[in-house]
Design a protein around this ligand. Structure first.
Ligand code: 5GP
Ligand code: MN
Length: 335
């Protein structure tokens, strides 16, 4: 991150905010993934090392797969009474992503430090430390840890490496640079267990997840280089799968060499549909997600829509078809 491109990033403003806030409220995004939980707990440890007593909040519970992470029990889904003087948002590309734990009536007047790596970030903070070249939000927090000379112990290294490993699918994504590998090496040297993080954070799934995956694969639809599928609420009941993820379905769809863009439509509670999108290298789904009120990275993005599965497909699939056609044209004209 120490390239000329990033020298204008507000590192100093971010450090000042961290040092000035006495009672910070730290929030990560709803439906938390490994980078969300890892960055939340790592920021908690960093703030404690600075002598603060942070409150760590997330609308949804920490998934059991991340229960190897130290202090995961400290994450609250209801923000307690008390006065905060700083809000820190982690891995959220917009304010809405913080979910119900961000109560604007109570918090909007406070300084907001927005730390994120999504290219679609709306810069909604007072200080926006947004680094799209970072492979994970924990990579940005690692840099803050260095700049603040906070010692890297095993718990902190484990939280930081969890974000790096899960967001890069164990160093398999196109944004993995030598610098990412160097940071990972330092975290492993500090005592983080790469094996535990890969196994528990990424690989292991209950049998019910395999059953859900089988249902999702059986519903796969393919149209040229586009593939999609859906997961209904009834499928979760039938398979007994408790989590709210797609059990890895969209990752399987994009792994097909013929597929350039893939999407999974997940029916969730309260009449909403969550859409997970993936793009092969050279293609980009972040623009479509942003247009639909969501966000993400070029290769992995998503959004949440109100209404039925059918309505969501009718709205999203034409945009994905158009993005695919446009991006294929762009690629042909390059050659
Ligand atoms: P996933 O498909 O794994 O849930 O998410 C892929 C990427 O898209 C992640 O970076 C995630 O943060 C982002 N994303 C997924 N759903 C939403 C959403 O509803 N809103 C926003 N802003 N980003 C989302
Ligand atoms: Mn992330």
């Amino acid at each position: 991150m120490k390239t000329s491109k990033t020298t204008s990033l507000p590192w100093n403003e971010a450090l000042r905010a961290l040092q000035q806030g006495r009672s910070p409220l730290v929030i990560t995004h709803r439906s938390p993934d490994g980078d969300a939980v890892g960055s939340l707990l790592a920021m908690g440890l960093l703030l404690k090392a600075l002598g603060r007593r942070p409150t760590l909040a997330c609308q949804d519970p920490v998934p059991t797969r991340f229960h190897y992470l130290p202090h995961h029990q400290e994450v609250v889904s209801e923000v307690p009474e008390g006065s905060f003087d700083l809000v820190i948002s982690l891995d959220c590309s917009d304010r809405e992503r913080m979910g119900q734990v961000y109560d604007a009536d109570r918090l909007a007047s406070l300084p907001l430090l927005n730390i994120d790596h999504h290219v679609t970030n709306l810069n909604f903070g007072t200080v926006n430390l947004v680094v799209p070249t970072a492979a994970s939000t924990t990579q940005i927090i690692y840099e803050l840890v260095q700049r603040l000379s906070v010692p890297l112990d095993v718990p902190l290294a484990t939280c930081l490496l969890t974000g790096l490993v899960t967001d890069t699918l164990a160093f398999r994504t196109a944004n993995v640079t030598p610098q990412v590998m160097e940071i990972a090496l330092r975290l492993i040297r500090a005592g983080a267990s790469l094996y535990t993080i890969v196994q528990r954070g990424l690989v292991e799934q209950p049998l019910s997840a395999l059953r859900l995956l089988a249902v999702g694969l059986s519903r796969m639809q393919v149209e040229g280089h586009l593939a999609w599928s859906e997961v209904r609420l009834a499928d979760r009941e039938a398979t007994g799968y408790q989590g709210d993820s797609d059990a890895g379905l969209v990752g399987r769809l994009i792994s097909a060499e013929e597929i350039r863009i893939a999407a999974v439509f997940k029916e969730v509670k309260d009449g909403r549909v969550e859409i997970s999108m993936r793009a092969a290298p050279g293609y980009d789904v972040s623009g479509v997600a942003l247009r639909l009120g969501g966000g993400g990275h070029p290769a992995a993005a998503g959004c949440t829509l109100n209404g039925s599965l059918e309505a969501a497909k009718a709205r999203v699939l034409p945009l994905l078809r158009a993005a695919l056609a446009e991006q294929e044209d762009g690629r042909h004209s390059e050659h």
